[in-house]
Write a protein that binds this ligand. Structure first.
Ligand code: 5GP
Ligand code: ZN
Length: 118
């Protein structure tokens, strides 16, 4: 069973923010911003590449509830999902990072020259 499935099953503790029948949101153990939450489907999905549109529609509303719950909906936030090796995905269970609570940085995402493919 994967790490996040163990969190869903309460085999590994987590700091839960919001939960419903299908989704769970908890604090990232290694936060990269003042607010850093992970939102996951309770059912195992490897990554965004495999998620069904019908799951995403509920997931979208859930994430919108989470950001209201932690009161970053008005100030703004960022939602990221890493996919596969180049995407930097470390945990193989679909998760969206929700980052906020301060002005977030934006910059180059790789060492490769971003102008090279134009
Ligand atoms: P990825 O690199 O796969 O997109 O992100 C995985 C995230 O899971 C990382 O931000 C990491 O800090 C977080 N993480 C890894 N293990 C645990 C854990 O046991 N508990 C919690 N709450 N977060 C974790
Ligand atoms: Zn899983």
């Amino acid at each position: 069973m994967c790490l996040f499935c163990k969190i869903v099953n309460n085999e590994i503790p987590s700091n839960v923010i919001l939960e419903d029948e299908n989704f769970l949101a908890f604090h990232d153990i290694n936060p990269k911003a003042p607010v850093h939450i992970l939102a996951i489907p309770k059912v195992h999905v490897d990554s965004f590449d495999d998620v069904k549109p019908e799951t995403m529609s509920g997931f979208t509303s859930f994430i919108q509830k989470v950001v209201k719950e932690v009161k970053i909906d008005k100030t703004g936030y960022r939602v990221i999902t890493n996919i596969g090796d180049n995407g930097g995905q470390e945990v193989g269970h679909l998760h969206f990072h929700i980052l906020g609570g301060a002005k977030l940085k934006w910059g180059h995402f790789s060492d490769a020259d971003p102008m090279n493919n134009l």
